[in-house]
Design a protein around this ligand. Structure first.
Ligand code: FES
Length: 103
């Protein structure tokens, strides 16, 4: 387990999200949901859409490619016509003004 600096908290206003690139891993998306920070794999389990480029409404990210909806607080699929595996979740912590994720 490695702790990685993901963002400055000031870059992640409530209701916003950001792509985090960690070498050798799939992209990760971090999101601010009502002041709490969550992180999960940012590559849609359907066909690989970039979730950080989708829309965040409350705790739900909508994939920009075909509209799968993911709960960023759990990594679970909320809505899609097909069953999809959960997205991998990562622990996110805030220390001072920095957001870290454990990968
Ligand atoms: S790639 Fe995300 S819904 Fe198809």
């Amino acid at each position: 387990m490695a702790k990685v600096l993901a963002a400055k908290l000031s870059e992640l206003a409530p209701g916003s999200m950001k792509k985090v690139v960690v070498e050798g891993m799939d992209d990760i998306v971090v999101a601010n949901v009502g002041g709490k920070i969550y992180a999960m794999r940012g590559v849609c389990n359907h066909q690989g859409g970039p979730l950080s480029e989708g829309e965040l409404n409350g705790n739900v990210i909508t994939c920009p490619w075909h509209g799968a909806q993911w709960d960023v607080t759990t990594g679970k699929l909320v809505e899609f016509p097909l069953p999809l595996d959960d997205e991998r979740k990562y622990k996110a912590t805030v220390e001072g003004g920095d957001v870290f994720i454990e990968v």
